[in-house]
Design a binder for this molecule. Structure first.
Ligand SMILES: [Ca+2]
Ligand SMILES: [Ca+2]
Length: 203
C-alpha cells in the first residue's frame, strides 16, 4: 500500500471514530451544580460553585458530605439510549489535600433504565478504585461497558467518608456512542434543571 492509500485509510478511521462517539464536557463555569444526589442526609450533599481551588476557568464544583452514614453521591452526568456492548468513558478532575485519608472522591456510576426519571436505580455499575494522591488536582477516570440490557447510566461523584468532608471537582469529560444522549449539569435545559430540582427535593 502506498503512502496516499495509507493516508486515505487513516482519514477513513478518523471519520468513523468521529461518527460513532459523542463527547460532552462540563466546566462548572455557570450557576449549575449537580443533577441529583443520593445519601442519608437532608440533603445528602451540599453542592455549590466555588472559586478556589479551580482546575480550569474561574470556577469549580464544591461538594460537602452531609450524610450521617454511608457514602453520599452527587449525580454529575446521565447517559441514556445505551445498548449492550456500548462503552462510556468518564473523567473529572478532583481536589483534596489529604493523602491516604478522608476527605477523598471517586468517579462511580449506577444503571438507571428509566429515561424519564434521573432518580431511577437499577444497580451499581462500579467505578474507579482509586482514591487519588490527595496532593491537589488529580484526574480520575473510568470506563463502563454496558451489559445486562441496561439502557441508562448515571455517573456519580462519591465523597468519602464523614459528614463535613469537602472535595472539589472540575473539567469533566464524558464520551458515549453516537445516538445516545449525554446530559451534564451544564447542557441540560432550564426546564429539566427545574424539574430535577423538584426530584432532588423529594429524596
Ligand atoms: Ca472550571
Ligand atoms: Ca484524601
Amino acid at each position: 500500500m502506498d503512502m496516499k492509500n495509507i493516508l486515505v485509510l487513516v482519514l477513513f478511521f478518523v471519520l468513523v471514530q468521529t461518527a460513532i462517539a459523542a463527547t460532552e464536557t462540563c466546566d462548572w463555569e455557570g450557576t449549575y451544580t449537580i443533577m441529583g444526589y443520593y445519601g442519608t442526609g437532608e440533603p445528602p450533599v451540599f453542592a455549590t460553585i466555588d472559586t478556589d481551588p479551580v482546575h480550569g476557568g474561574s470556577q469549580s464544583l464544591c461538594l460537602e458530605d452531609n450524610s450521617p452514614s454511608g457514602t453520599p453521591q452527587a449525580f454529575v452526568a446521565w447517559i441514556t439510549g445505551l445498548s449492550d456492548g456500548d462503552v462510556v468513558d468518564g473523567s473529572f478532575w478532583r481536589y483534596d489535600t489529604t493523602p491516604g485519608t478522608a476527605p477523598s472522591c471517586r468517579i462511580y456510576a449506577h444503571w438507571n433504565d428509566d429515561p424519564g426519571d434521573i432518580s431511577g436505580y437499577n444497580g451499581s455499575a462500579g467505578g474507579s478504585s482509586d482514591y487519588g494522591s490527595g496532593e491537589g488536582w488529580d484526574l480520575n477516570s473510568h470506563s463502563w461497558t454496558v451489559e445486562g440490557g441496561h439502557t441508562g447510566l448515571v455517573i456519580e461523584a462519591r465523597i468519602y467518608s464523614s459528614a463535613g468532608d469537602i472535595v472539589w471537582i472540575d473539567d469533566m469529560t464524558i464520551t458515549a456512542p453516537d445516538g445516545t444522549s449525554i446530559m451534564t449539569p451544564g447542557n441540560i435545559t432550564s426546564l429539566e434543571r427545574n424539574t430535577w430540582a423538584d426530584i432532588k427535593a423529594t429524596f
